[in-house]
Design a protein around this ligand. Structure first.
Ligand code: GRF
Length: 221
């Protein structure tokens, strides 16, 4: 069975979308471990409710050895990679994980770490993407699933889904509309990975059997 490691920090609705798809037989995969950087994340409760192994991995409290930029990110990524490797994960999914990951994790899972972001990248990376979209007055936004690299929401794009932006939208209204698309897109992309249909060609993600990779939902079969 195709094994997922899901990294979370918050409420976990994207995690829930994966759980539901698996339980309803729409996604042939299993979640081997859910890792949260915070003991407070409601996502942990979702994992427990569904009998999933869950691990709380808080960042190390700052010490001379671990404080400051790259050093601590590296150390944290090493710990993440150990847990994910022990769980035998085939794919690592960042689903609302509010931390940047570093080389040790990316090297341990080459081409196997993905993130979901609530904008049409490369527009509006970083935090509060929906508020950025509203502030810019764009007419269309959406969500992106992309490979993770060491940058902020900057890795190769795998699939995107669009959502209209209404003139009356505030960030919350737009976020709710995009979230519906996120849940569908994430499941679709994980399914493509489980079927072995996603690969990297340089800086571009290629989906086998898809003429139009505009949206994973377009892919038939
Ligand atoms: C989602 O909007 C996701 O795109 C972003 O963080 C949010 C997480 O939501 N990276 P949830 O925790 O999955 O409900």
């Amino acid at each position: 069975m195709f094994r997922l490691g899901v990294l979370v920090s918050g409420r976990g609705t994207n995690l829930q979308a994966l759980i539901d798809a698996i339980e309803e037989g729409r996604l042939r995969a299993e979640i081997s471990v859910v890792i949260s950087d915070s003991p407070e994340a409601p996502a942990l409760e979702r994992a427990r409710r569904h009998g999933l192994r869950n691990v709380i991995l808080p960042p190390a409290t700052s010490s001379p050895a671990t404080s400051g930029g790259g050093g601590s990110r590296r150390e944290y990524s090493t710990r993440l990679a150990e847990v994910l490797r022990d769980a035998g994960c085939d794919l690592v999914v960042l689903a609302g994980f509010m931390r940047m990951v570093g080389r040790p994790l990316l090297d341990a899972f080459p081409g196997r770490v993905i993130n979901i972001h609530p904008s049409l990248l490369p527009s509006f990376p970083g935090r509060e993407a929906q508020a950025q979209a509203v502030a810019h007055g764009v007419r269309v936004s959406g969500c992106t699933v992309h490979f993770v690299d060491e940058g902020m929401d900057s890795g190769p794009i795998i699939a995107q889904a669009a959502a209209p932006v209404h003139q009356t939208d505030d960030a919350d209204a737009l976020a709710a509309r995009i979230l519906v698309e996120e849940h569908r897109l994430l499941v679709d992309v994980v399914r493509l990975f489980a079927e072995g249909r996603v690969r990297l060609d340089g800086n571009r993600a290629i989906i086998a059997g898809s003429a139009s990779a505009r949206e994973a939902g377009d892919v038939d079969g």
